[in-house]
Design a binder for this molecule. Structure first.
Ligand code: HEC
Ligand code: HEC
Ligand code: HEC
Ligand code: HEC
Ligand code: HEC
Ligand code: HEC
Ligand code: HEC
Ligand code: HEC
Length: 333
């Protein structure tokens, strides 16, 4: 009887054209002493993600604190607002399996708990490039809508050009995404909708392959690469975001890692031996020295190889059979 009364209430609210707070709070039946994770969804995977929102449903005023742990380590403890039935926060995650556990505390002890396992997939690790069997991709925006009670979930086109970042409707939930030393122009301007269309299916999903998105603004550069004789595998496949974070990073060119580490993620075990071994058995350096060809930068694999394309074998900057032009690109012997 109670159930029917509630769904009637929801129906009336629906007809009246405004969201029903009761429908959100009571669906499905929710025990007074429990905690439920609203986001992320259990047994899902995400791609190349550095942080995740953890949003929990709790009974109003029931708990003193909510403790969030990742893979057994406490990441955050938050005090829920007395008048709210949700707690919203963000935690840092790393590639591979992230087991998120939330514990509701009262008088110093845990009285309720919930868990969700999310796999953070990345192209830069052989180990973590494939999700576990049975895990589905998490498309938050096309699978939930009940956050709209407190958050703006339907941006206007004009939201793509906010006067300041916090004017963007994406900012409240995604502010971490641009907190980096180097930030990509359109992300720094919070023009998120340029690359994440609200009409995309699933909602906000960037075009595939990713290079289609990059081509909107870097077409000339990419055309020049296509005209070259040799093109690097992942660049040719259009998976630009294997190496570049489209939002920003702590490395120049918004790279996901320092170039040498980036290359070694896929080309495991390559050493300076492949260039030359010195008479004392030492390999040629591949990092930790100034790069003579790029003043101000550190020597890396990218000092000799283009990560995109070139007219020389192995995407080198010059023909390596011609030591005169290759080695003397950096050395005077
Ligand atoms: C009862 C109101 C309410 C509901 C429902 C709600 N939120 Fe929130 N949320 C808030 C408030 C208040 C803040 C803090 C706003 C601020 O920092 O300006 C917040 C902040 C956040 C943040 C930022 C946390 C951080 O680390 O700064 C995220 C992410 C978030 N909410 C996600 C969600 C999601 C996803 C849902 C739906 C599953 C949801 N919220 C539902 C009230 C709510
Ligand atoms: C109420 C909070 C909230 C708001 C507002 C919000 N997002 Fe999200 N978004 C999330 C959560 C939660 C996820 C799931 C992954 C995570 O936890 O970071 C997510 C995931 C995404 C994803 C990955 C694909 C997916 O659907 O899971 C994209 C892309 C994205 N958001 C873009 C946007 C853009 C663009 C805006 C603004 C127009 C926006 N979001 C506004 C909470 C929010
Ligand atoms: C230049 C294009 C571009 C812009 C601008 C951009 N994104 Fe993205 N974003 C992408 C692409 C491409 C992906 C998919 C990356 C992948 O799967 O390899 C992505 C992935 C995401 C994801 C899921 C993965 C992650 O990093 O957590 C979220 C969330 C997201 N974007 C939110 C935003 C928000 C919020 C903004 C505005 C500040 C924004 N994006 C601006 C291109 C862009
Ligand atoms: C909406 C236009 C736009 C899109 C789409 C876009 N970019 Fe950019 N990008 C820019 C602008 C503007 C700059 C120069 C300003 C700056 O340094 O942020 C830039 C600079 C860069 C740079 C640094 C170039 C340099 O010489 O310093 C890299 C790397 C880059 N973008 C990669 C990408 C990748 C990868 C994608 C696709 C995921 C992409 N961009 C999509 C606008 C865009
Ligand atoms: C294998 C890793 C990798 C892939 C894949 C990759 N990049 Fe890069 N990119 C780099 C590195 C490293 C640099 C900085 C050093 C350099 O340019 O030699 C760079 C620099 C850039 C620059 C600035 C310098 C320039 O050449 O103009 C742009 C723009 C860029 N990348 C765009 C893209 C786009 C678009 C794609 C996809 C079509 C892509 N990248 C794919 C690693 C990569
Ligand atoms: C996402 C994985 C990935 C990353 C990161 C990556 N590569 Fe590659 N690389 C490939 C693939 C795939 C091929 C093509 C397969 C092949 O020919 O061996 C390739 C081919 C090459 C080749 C040609 C090999 C040959 O025998 O013809 C060179 C040289 C190379 N990569 C250098 C680099 C450098 C330098 C970096 C860092 C800037 C880098 N790669 C980063 C995946 C990657
Ligand atoms: C000082 C210049 C230089 C640096 C730095 C350099 N390489 Fe090379 N690389 C070469 C030359 C020259 C060749 C071709 C000659 C050969 O194979 O003996 C080559 C060939 C390659 C090849 C294809 C042939 C093979 O051995 O499989 C790959 C892959 C490669 N390099 C990856 C890398 C990676 C990854 C790094 C960084 C860890 C790197 N290189 C750093 C000069 C360099
Ligand atoms: C991208 C630039 C670059 C290229 C190309 C390059 N090297 Fe080097 N090489 C370096 C740097 C940087 C060092 C470290 C110099 C230092 O410690 O001051 C080095 C060190 C050396 C050394 C040790 C002696 C010294 O000068 O410290 C030898 C020998 C050497 N390289 C040989 C070669 C040969 C042979 C080639 C061609 C196959 C080559 N290098 C190509 C950058 C380069």
């Amino acid at each position: 009887m109670k159930r029917i009364a509630f769904s009637l209430l929801a129906f009336v609210a629906f007809l009246a054209g405004f969201p029903s707070a009761r429908a959100f709070i009571d669906r499905p039946a929710f025990a007074e002493d429990s905690i439920r994770i609203l986001s992320p969804a259990d047994e899902t995977f995400v791609n190349e993600t550095e942080s995740l929102a953890v949003v929990c449903r709790i009974p109003k005023g029931a708990f003193d604190a909510i403790q969030i742990s990742i893979n057994g380590k406490v990441a955050k403890t938050i005090t829920p607002l007395a008048d709210k039935v949700v707690v919203c926060t963000t935690v840092a995650v790393r590639p591979g399996m992230d087991r998120i556990a939330v514990a509701a505390m009262k008088a110093g002890g845990a009285v309720a708990a919930a868990e969700a396992s999310v796999f953070d997939r990345t192209a830069l690790s052989v180990q973590y490039s494939v999700e576990p069997a049975g895990y589905r991709q998490y498309f938050f925006h096309s699978t939930r809508s009940d956050c709209f009670l407190c958050h703006k979930m339907e941006p206007a086109d004009s939201d793509n050009y906010p006067a300041k970042p916090s004017d963007s409707s994406c900012y409240v939930c995604h502010k971490n995404i641009t907190q980096h030393k180097y930030v990509h122009g359109p992300a720094a301007a919070w023009s998120c909708l340029t690359c994440h269309s609200k009409d995309a299916k699933p909602k906000y999903e960037a075009a595939s392959p990713v290079s289609r998105t990059c081509a909107m603004c870097h077409q000339d550069t990419m055309d020049a690469w296509k005209k070259m004789q040799f093109m690097h595998g992942p660049t040719a496949m259009g998976i630009c975001t294997a190496c570049h974070d489209p939002h920003g990073s702590d490395w120049q060119y918004w790279l996901r890692k320092f170039p040498t580490d980036l290359c070694l993620s896929c080309h495991v075990g390559v050493t300076g031996d492949h260039i030359i071994t010195f008479f004392n058995g030492q390999p040629h350096p591949i990092r930790g020295r100034p790069d003579p060809r790029h003043p101000g930068q550190e020597l890396s694999c990218a000092s000799c190889h283009s990560p995109h394309a070139s007219n020389f074998h192995y995407m080198l900057f010059a023909d390596y059979n011609d030591y005169r032009s290759f080695c003397t690109g950096c050395h005077r012997f």
